[in-house]
Design a protein around this ligand. Structure first.
Ligand code: 13P
Ligand code: SF4
Length: 322
């Protein structure tokens, strides 16, 4: 307890000293969320980072979130508490293979989930998040084929939802694919009055049992506004921290994984700690730096996504030339 309050005191003092703001994703530990100036899903974190006037952004999330913040605000110092906080979708989409895929479909528009590396973004036409993917697809001219990566589960869900054909990259989130459809079905039978909420990174066989499918922020707003008081949740367990604050009256059950592992925790998000946050603010390190040869190209698909959100006209490349 003493260690926690010392780390919190250090964070408050250093934040002032560095004129920094702390951004945290909903999958972080509760104590990390509690010291943040802003908590959000991937889109909201990117938007907040871009609008913020603070010269230093500390991203308590995973590396691709820090990279997006840096690409959208190159003049700011962006810190992540642990550079090893990766993402399986990034690992499942190596640049060389993604480039080969793009080259096979030069006439297509390539949409990449923000859960991708800066290198993959540099060969992407537009990014999306789970909260704006439908809006992004809608902005793409109907006569253009679409490549969607690196999450095939989000892609398959979007194809079903929008009726738009897409060629999918075969990546997946190692955390969300572990939820078990069979066990979720059993839990639903046990709690027939519960509302089932799921993130679209889950497998289709799990999503078939969900009443609501959406990003972390959509799942949270559903909990806040629902008349139900029991929820079964198929996403990472950090989200329960805000759920319990929003609905202290409600009961929450995490959808079970196959087997008895604690695998519905994202090991990368959980690498961040109060101690590492304090150290990062003190040392202004680890800093997120994007290879300067990539940054202009990688910034473009993120900015196109922001422009779609702002309802601006988008100019699409005719072909992929690289
Ligand atoms: P959200 O954009 O819904 O917060 O999702 C981010 C993520 O990494 C889900 O695994
Ligand atoms: Fe990546 Fe999955 Fe972790 Fe989200 S939960 S950061 S998609 S590994």
């Amino acid at each position: 307890m003493k260690l926690i309050s010392t780390a919190i005191d250090r964070i408050h003092a250093l934040k002032k000293q560095r004129s920094a703001v702390i951004l945290a994703h909903y999958y972080e530990e509760g104590q990390v969320q509690d010291i943040a100036d802003f908590i959000g899903d991937s889109l909201a974190l990117a938007q907040f980072g871009q609008k913020s006037k603070a010269p230093v952004l500390l991203m308590a999330g995973v590396l691709f979130m820090g990279e997006s913040a840096k690409l959208l605000s190159p003049e700011k110092t962006v810190l992540v508490p642990d550079l090893k906080a990766g993402c399986s979708l990034v690992d499942h989409s190596p640049y060389d293979k993604y480039l080969e895929w793009r080259r096979k479909h030069p006439e297509a528009i390539c949409v990449s989930y923000v859960n991708s590396s800066a290198a993959v973004k540099s060969i992407t036409d537009i990014t999306c998040t789970s909260s704006n993917a439908e809006q992004i697809l809608d902005a793409i001219p109907k006569n253009r084929p679409i490549l969607f990566g690196p999450d095939r589960n989000l892609g398959a869900y979007l194809m079903k939802k929008t009726g738009r054909e897409m060629t999918l990259w075969p990546g997946a989130c190692e955390v969300h694919v572990l939820f078990s459809a069979r066990k979720l079905f059993e839990l639903k039978i046990e709690h027939p009055e519960a509302l089932v909420l799921a993130h679209p990174e889950c497998l289709e066989e799990v999503l078939q049992y969900a009443d609501v499918i959406g990003s972390t922020s959509k799942i949270l707003s559903e909990v806040q506004s629902s008349k139900k008081s029991k929820f079964i949740v198929a996403t990472e367990d950090g989200i329960f921290h805000q759920m319990k604050k929003l609905r202290p009256d409600a009961d929450f059950f995490q959808a079970p994984a196959e087997g008895s592992c604690a695998c519905n925790q994202c090991p990368y998000m959980k690498l961040n700690s109060l101690e590492k946050i304090a150290n990062a603010l003190e040392n202004l390190s680890p800093e997120v730096l994007v290879d300067p040869t990539l940054s202009e190209k990688a910034q473009l698909p993120l900015q196109r996504m922001m422009d779609v959100m702002a309802k601006k006209d988008i100019s699409w490349p005719k072909r992929f030339w690289q």
